[in-house]
Write a protein that binds this ligand. Structure first.
Ligand code: GLC
Length: 468
């Protein structure tokens, strides 16, 4: 039996190497749509935390789980919806669905991230300029990256169980907290491994609960309890948590009601001011919106965060297409000017390593933020916020504006930067050097001369205005 499984695993891995491109986030087939409706929270502590979170701008998101072992699409191969069936057939063309599922669940037995070092991760991410963390404590496949009391299907029960970091979420949260990060727990409301969500006696035709809840209210009650228990343990035993990031928006009233209001109220008793992101479920529990793999066209006045992958998949994949550091910088500039935050996603390897090409890009981003962060962090959007390659942000509660020139990949910085409106008052400075730059104001237009010999990268200018 062992040998058979090994053979399947080996050939599947080989196939994945070929097929990986087909599961790129771009071609993912669906993306959670974010609605334009928003309901402001009323709890003053939540409002305060949201305001602090809006200062942070730049979060690191990790997708890490058993799917990282072969480097395949996270969880979704388990779903037999049309789109994902096609994906699965590319991963394992000759493997029947049932067999694939067993193989996938069994990946838990080979997930052993012996090179994981949470302090190192936190240091890398701090240097890159990230200020908050969103970590997949449990994805739809139900595999827990924390030592849950309510299931054995977790990192703390497999081959990694003797390791000092076996309760990964606990150590990761601690290390990041020590580096000053705000802490966010990604948690999937649907759990395909839990028999109270996907009854193993029945077919699993899609992502939804696979039995009739009305006919089996006792099973659904167990599922609700299981979910509430796990969220409660994350809120109780893992230190201070700032964000509860709930994925799987189809688990919602009226058809898959898990009494989320109660779960949230209870969570806030333990974590006062907790920001809850019941994503795509507009209302009291979606404290910020989460456009996925995209940036809203226009500035938005309520809190939002784009989650975007650095590579072409959420989890680790063996043949990644990474975006560049310039892309990250320009994306962060645009998102900030539009009033949002960027959660940039990285997929660590199953050994627990953040790969060199990732570190290299993030180092460049961190160096840029070191010099120009004042124009990003703790800023607020300003109404005249964009002209061509220039984006504007405003000092929070201040009189200062920042003009950030997002230099496109492969282009050279111009000699002059121009814009209309946003009339400066007094001196203007180049943030990277804090040196004054010369500008003129004529016919409602500003023209700034850039000093010669500065590094060819995005630059930021700082100046006062009458009223931002
Ligand atoms: C998409 C993916 C899901 C991932 C999420 C992160 O919805 O399908 O697997 O966790 O994006 O935002």
């Amino acid at each position: 039996m062992k040998r058979v499984l090994l053979v399947i695993t080996g050939s599947m891995l080989a196939l994945c190497l070929h097929a990986q491109g087909d599961f790129s986030t771009k071609k993912h087939g669906f993306v959670h749509k974010s609605s334009s409706n928003y309901e402001w929270p009323t709890d003053p502590q939540v409002l305060e935390k949201l305001d602090q979170w809006q200062d942070l701008k730049f979060g690191i998101m990790f997708h890490w789980g058993i799917y990282s072992v072969p480097g395949i699409l996270e969880s979704w191969g388990l779903s037999s919806e049309e789109y994902f069936t096609n994906c699965r057939k590319k991963i394992a063309p000759n493997t029947p669905y049932g067999e694939f599922k067993s193989w996938y669940w069994g990946l838990a037995k080979s997930f052993n991230p012996t090179k994981f070092n949470p302090d190192e991760w936190a240091e890398i991410m701090k240097r890159a300029g990230f200020k908050y963390l969103i970590f997949t404590t449990k994805h739809h496949d139900g595999f827990c990256m924390f030592d849950s009391k309510y299931t054995n299907y977790s990192i703390a029960k497999g081959p990694y169980k003797e390791n000092k970091y076996s309760n990964i979420v606990y150590h990761l949260f601690n290390s990041f907290r020590q580096q000053g990060f705000k802490i966010g727990a990604y948690f999937s409301k649907p759990d395909w491994h839990c028999p109270y969500y996907w009854d193993p006696e029945r077919a699993t035709p899609n992502r939804h609960v696979n039995y009739d809840i009305k006919r089996h209210p006792e099973t659904w009650a167990k599922y609700k309890q299981y979910t509430a228990n796990q969220i409660d343990e994350l809120m109780s035993d893992y230190g201070s948590i700032d964000i509860l990031w709930l994925d799987g928006g189809w688990v919602r009233k009226p058809h898959q009601d898990i009494d989320i209001d109660n779960i949230v109220d209870k969570a806030r008793k333990k974590q006062p001011g907790l920001i809850v992101v019941d994503r795509t479920v507009v209302g009291r529990n979606e404290n910020y919106q989460t456009p996925e793999l995209s940036i809203p066209k226009e500035q938005r006045t309520h809190p939002w965060e784009s989650c975007i992958t650095l590579s072409d998949t959420w989890g680790w994949n063996p043949n990644p297409k990474f975006k560049s550091a310039t892309w990250v910088i320009n994306t962060l500039i645009e998102i900030t000017a539009k009033g949002g935050c960027l959660a940039l996603n990285v997929g660590p390897t199953s050994e627990g390593i953040i790969e060199e090409p990732v570190i290299k890009r993030l180092k460049t981003v961190g160096e840029w933020l070191n010099k120009n962060g004042e124009a990003i962090y703790a800023t607020r959007p300003t109404s005249n916020y964009h002209q061509d390659k220039v984006w504007f942000t405003a000092e929070k509660n201040g009189e200062r504006l920042y003009a950030i020139y997002a230099l496109p990949e492969g282009e050279k910085l111009p000699e002059y930067i121009e814009w209309e409106g946003n009339k400066p008052k007094g001196a203007m400075y180049l943030l990277q050097s804090n040196k004054r730059v010369k500008y003129t104001w004529k016919n409602g237009k500003v023209k700034v001369g850039l000093p010669k010999g500065i590094k060819n990268e995005a630059i930021a200018l700082s100046f006062k205005v009458d009223k931002p």
